[in-house]
Ligand binder design. Structure first.
Ligand SMILES: Cc1cc2nc3c(=O)[nH]c(=O)nc-3n(C[C@H](O)[C@H](O)[C@H](O)COP(=O)(O)OP(=O)(O)OC[C@H]3O[C@@H](n4cnc5c(N)ncnc54)[C@H](O)[C@@H]3O)c2cc1C
Length: 519
């Protein structure tokens, strides 16, 4: 019988095994010599008063053993001779779909416009240092998708614990730290992600799947109401089953779908700025101590409110992180955030965004399926036009942003391409700015010292989710009008984040298999 208990620890005692054993001994009234084993199943932080760690622990008394779970990789088989499924996009949705294919007996052929995770680094350096954006290889495009050089936060709002645990287990089997299985807020970091992603590719290839880099899909062949092929920059492919997992930034794919009259719909997204504080200030606000107590991670925050039926919320908070240039084409400025596994930069950044409904884009003069996407693109281009032709981003000190003042000079930032003092308050669409300003004032009341001129607002945070939804039937997960086309992941509007995209990839393959078995 497993006995589950909760143990609270002062942060300095987190790794004090003797203290944990002592607490267990006392809880179960064991004698000094009684042997037992324990596993830590969950680890969270309760920061409401004096911060402490809360551990969920399973205890096994003498003669009892934890049951080891079977590796997921044991269920993969060689699929070289099996039916082919084409997957466009080597992001979390695409790669987890490919792994699921190995489990169910389908042969995944992954087509990816970008380069492998390692080679991709050079193109990221070119963006950071020279402001040169390669439209096929950048922070969003390339092996591992937008997830590779991201923050690598792995929490999700998905309530399906089993699915989430499976994704985390697969990541551990490919080299992620075991801690992600127990942390309430698991995180990998962009220094470790590329290797894990490359290991996933090796598994796909080892079991007979294929990954083709630098293959950009440019068009779809539809015969009757069935998908029969794809056109790429490297030639044509006959395709019968296609998982389309191209992420939220593949604007060319949305155009290609529309040009074949394949139905897509405008979808709400969110728009705003990235805010950066000194990490020491956020630590002080959240932990209430002059310096961060030992073993506690760089502190984070989550802020949200609704104003006139519009949500304003912090997005993808990166404690101890960096602001990165996430544009996918020349002539636009887009910012996002990432961090390394240690989260030890002196900065804390987070998106602060306002939800944008389709009607908002229409009010700004856009129409049709691409309304939200065109609105998003225009704001990103405005941020570029005001600059000096590089990836330097417009910025304002936070109090100046709220009060509508140009900042006479700007504090240091983690954003490597550099920032330019501009009237970001005027560059943003007026309605977006108005909501941000009100919400920030409100957040400043909730979190003392949050609104300060020691923080900056940097523009623009616009790739929060896809501005398009590609419809699919809820039961078959196939496009309702086109047989063989399976919209998937964030770009199709069915995921928001690494874990939910991975789960969606798995579910699409399960749906394909279910339909196959019913024939
Ligand atoms: C800087 C940054 C930080 C982030 N931090 C986090 C985080 O901490 N936690 C989190 O959960 N989420 C984070 N995200 C979001 C997360 O990365 C995405 O939600 C997730 O990657 C979506 O997965 P996906 O597979 O649906 O699409 P993507 O990851 O976008 O993958 C799509 C893939 O399709 C490829 N592709 C696109 N068009 C074509 C084409 N025409 N032909 C061939 N291939 C094509 C792309 O190159 C890309 O590799 C972050 C995103 C960014 C940009």
């Amino acid at each position: 019988m497993v006995r589950q208990i909760e143990i609270k620890l002062d942060p300095k005692d987190l790794y004090n095994e003797e203290m944990i054993r002592d607490k267990i001994t006392r809880i179960f009234q064991l004698k000094g010599g009684d042997s037992f084993k324990y596993t830590i199943d969950r680890r969270s932080i309760d920061a409401r008063k004096k911060p402490q760690f809360v551990l969920q622990v399973s205890v096994y008394l003498a003669g009892e053993e934890p049951t080891p779970s079977r590796p997921i990789m044991d269920s993969y088989r060689n699929v070289e001779k099996e039916e082919e499924v084409y997957i466009i996009g080597a992001g979390p949705a695409g790669y987890f779909a490919a792994l699921k294919c190995l489990e169910v007996g389908l042969r995944p052929i992954v087509i990816e416009r970008g380069k492998d995770a390692q080679t991709r680094r050079k193109d990221l350096r070119a963006i950071q240092q020279f402001g040169v954006v390669n439209p096929d290889s950048n922070y969003c495009f390339g092996e591992g998708g937008a997830g590779t050089y991201s923050d690598g936060k792995l929490y999700t709002r998905s309530k399906k614990r089993g699915n989430v645990d499976q994704v985390l287990k697969i990541l551990v089997e490919h080299g992620a730290d075991h801690d992600i299985l127990i942390d309430a807020h698991p995180h990998i970091g962009s220094n470790k992600l590329p290797k894990i992603i490359a290991n996933i590719r090796k598994t796909i290839e080892q079991y007979g799947g294929k990954v083709l880099f630098e293959h950009r899909v440019e068009g779809f062949t539809i015969t009757g109401h069935r998908l029969t092929g794809i056109q790429t920059n490297k030639g044509l492919f006959d395709v019968r089953k296609l998982i389309l997992a191209t992420g939220h930034s593949a604007r060319d794919i949305y155009h290609a779908l529309l040009s074949e009259k394949i139905r897509i719909d405008a979808k709400p997204f969110a728009l705003g700025v990235r805010i950066e504080h000194p990490q020491s200030l956020i630590d002080k606000i959240q932990y209430g101590a002059a310096s961060r107590p030992e073993n506690l991670p760089a502190a984070s925050y989550r802020l949200t409110c609704t104003l006139e039926q519009r949500g304003v919320f912090s997005f993808c908070m990166c404690p101890g992180g960096l602001i990165v240039p996430a544009a996918t084409a020349p002539g636009e400025i887009v910012v996002n955030g990432m961090s390394l596994s240690r989260r030890d930069s002196p900065f804390a950044n987070s998106g602060m965004v306002v939800s944008v409904a389709v009607e908002d884009a229409v009010r700004h003069g856009y129409s049709g399926a691409l309304a939200c996407m065109e609105f998003q693109k225009k704001v990103e281009q405005d941020m570029f036009v005001i600059g000096d032709g590089s990836q330097k981003a417009p910025a304002q000190r936070l109090s100046d942003f709220i009060n509508g003042n140009k900042s006479s000079e700007l504090p240091p930032t983690s954003y490597i391409p550099g920032i330019l003092s501009q009237r970001l308050d005027q560059l943003l669409p007026t309605d977006i700015y108005k909501h941000l300003k009100r919400a920030l004032k409100y957040f400043g009341q909730k979190m003392d010292h949050f609104v300060t001129n020691d923080a900056i607002a940097v523009g623009v945070e616009s790739r929060t989710s896809a501005p398009i939804r590609i419809p699919r039937s809820p039961d078959t997960l196939e496009h309702p009008d086109i047989k063989g086309l399976y919209p998937c992941g964030e770009g199709a509007g069915y995921a928001g984040g690494i874990v939910s995209a991975a789960i969606d990839g798995q579910q699409v393959v399960e749906a394909i298999m279910q339909a196959k078995n019913q024939k």
